[in-house]
Ligand binder design. Structure first.
Ligand SMILES: NC(=O)c1ccc[n+]([C@@H]2O[C@H](COP(=O)([O-])OP(=O)(O)OC[C@H]3O[C@@H](n4cnc5c(N)ncnc54)[C@H](OP(=O)(O)O)[C@@H]3O)[C@@H](O)[C@H]2O)c1
Length: 292
């Protein structure tokens, strides 16, 4: 039995679907307020609970063999990104769980002090590595699924918004590929006790993404490109009225101001461990936002 946290999120939902397609037993931890009917229909066991509550985590971990932590911070980094993962790891240790897959982020080890999420992920990584539980830490770059709404808007309007440097590079990972990798991590020996950066097969500048949209949807792109200092200004102002929200925006700023890509040797390592070819952004988008 797999436990998947964040089972209604863009990654978690795909993990649950793929597990059920393989007829694997899976427990999906979801909140009562989440949209989880689809997962239930697929045959996932629904475990209602909030990651802020330790007793819900303890209940969710009963009788599972594998844990895939795929939840997001939900606006409360300390409670959800940090403490909930620490509790999940403690439960994994106490209950002798066979393998723990943790979804971190590319660059978690770069010491971005402005981002609570990057800091929390690095601390969770360290805790997991020293826990004695068999693990795989995945450090994905940006998810292709995050671009679906942008592609949809582009298809309708031709508009593409880039905040900050249009030359910044990323290697967008197909969220479907990442789900497959997360699941395979519990059986592929090459993934045992490894930290694995996971990026797609192409290194793309942000302006290249507009060109991929243009090619797919046959529209000349109108690129809107506000400078990063506008975000800084808004953040400084917010800091006066809502310091917590201003701090939270540090993660967004970190993502916008830096590059997050995997060099070819890291892509080759992933393809070798998991034994399949990673798909391009264009391929992924054709499935989710078809041209016609
Ligand atoms: N998106 C990216 O580009 C990207 C890139 C690198 C790494 N990552 C990491 O990958 C992971 C998955 O990202 P994602 O984009 O798939 O996340 P997402 O779509 O934002 O989903 C977040 C999930 O966490 C759940 N959640 C939040 N607070 C919760 C709580 N208190 N109790 C129970 N569940 C809670 C949400 O449930 P509800 O449905 O109830 O809200 C949802 O299922 C995250 O750790 C993220 O940091 C993401």
């Amino acid at each position: 039995m797999f436990l998947v946290t964040g089972a209604t999120g863009s990654l978690g939902r795909r993990i649950v679907k793929q597990l059920r397609a393989e007829n694997q037993p899976v427990r999906a931890m979801v909140r009562l307020s989440s949209q989880y009917q689809e997962l239930e229909t697929l045959g996932a066991e629904i475990c209602l609970g909030n990651l802020k509550e330790n007793r819900d985590i303890v209940r969710a971990c009963q009788g599972v063999e594998y844990i895939i932590s795929a939840h997001g911070s939900g606006g409360d980094t300390e409670a959800i990104e940090y403490r909930a993962n620490i509790e999940l790891i403690d439960q994994a240790k106490e209950k002798g769980i066979k393998h723990f897959v943790y979804t971190s982020v590319i660059g978690a080890d770069r010491g971005y002090q402005d981002s609570p999420v990057f800091k929390a992920k690095r601390e969770v990584e360290k805790y997991l590595v020293s826990s004695g539980v068999r693990y795989t830490i995945l450090r994905p770059s940006g998810f292709a699924s995050s671009l679906i709404p942008l592609a949809q808007r582009f298809k309708e309007t031709g508009i593409y918004l880039v905040i900050g440097d249009t030359q910044n590079r990323s290697s967008i990972i197909s969220t479907d590929d990442l789900a497959k990798i997360a699941i395979a991590s519990v059986t592929k020996e090459g993934a045992f006790n490894q930290i694995i950066p996971v990026g797609g097969p192409e290194i793309l500048k942000r302006e290249d993404i507009a060109q991929i949209f243009a090619k797919l949807y046959k529209k000349d792109p109108i690129i809107l490109n506000p400078p990063l200092f506008l975000l800084d200004g808004a953040r400084n102002f917010l800091g006066l009225v809502n310091p917590d929200l201003a701090r939270g925006l540090g993660t967004l700023r970190t993502l916008l101001a830096n590059e997050f890509f995997c060099p070819p040797e890291e892509v080759a390592r992933v393809e070798q461990i998991y034994d399949f070819k990673l798909e391009t952004l264009e391929n992924f988008l054709k499935r989710y936002v078809p041209a016609v």
